[in-house]
Design a binder for this molecule. Sequence first.
Ligand code: HEC
Ligand code: HEC
Length: 179
Amino acid sequence: MLERIIPPGFEPAKLPEPNSRGARLTVRYCVQCHNLANPAMHVAARWPSVVRRMVPRMEGRGNMGKLMTEMMAGVEAPSLEDERIIVAYHRKHGLRPLDERRLPEVKAPGAESFRVACGQCHALPDPRMHSAKEWPAVVARMQKNMEWMNRVVGSKPLPGELQLKIEDINAFLTRHARR
Ligand code: HEC
Ligand code: HEC
């Protein structure tokens, strides 16, 4: 597929518990149309509906034109049991969401760039997912994801467009990072 759905760079070897049934089924079914998604991309509660949305497409029941249907011939769909294992695996290794009650600072003006930029594709991550040393590299990778997936980026501001301040994002994340 030519669509820019999931950015490149997350390889099967980077999957958690790569030899588990869940990881192996994910590699079998989830790279047939787009790049591999990191299970840490979505919170546990979101994965069942995301995977469910994928299944009819694999069964050739997506709302696609004739051309797409022909392109999709040969795509393999998981059984209900395989789907269950894939969902459980993604839930187990999902994104740890930020808890606003524990971190009310997220609503402060200084956290605006973080709130706007980092909630576009997935839930806002808990800053304790990474150490202060790790965060800048994760944020830099997300900037690439944003460019690739055509979302609002800080590097090339257009007049009148909200400008994201990467320094503010890194400051917020490192201040509340895992110690
Ligand atoms: C038959 C093709 C096909 C297969 C196989 C497929 N996907 Fe997708 N996927 C799509 C399409 C088309 C989109 C973009 C539209 C959308 O988001 O629903 C997409 C989008 C996504 C997204 C980004 C949107 C979001 O909600 O974050 C994720 C994550 C994703 N797929 C995960 C998976 C996983 C996990 C599997 C394996 C269980 C999988 N996909 C298998 C076609 C497929
Ligand atoms: C354009 C969509 C998009 C935006 C916007 C986005 N992300 Fe992500 N995020 C992804 C994708 C795709 C993945 C899975 C692939 C990866 O890890 O690069 C991911 C995964 C993650 C993960 C889990 C993987 C890890 O390394 O821990 C964290 C944490 C994360 N993002 C934080 C952020 C932060 C912080 C921001 C704001 C600077 C942000 N994201 C903005 C798309 C996005």
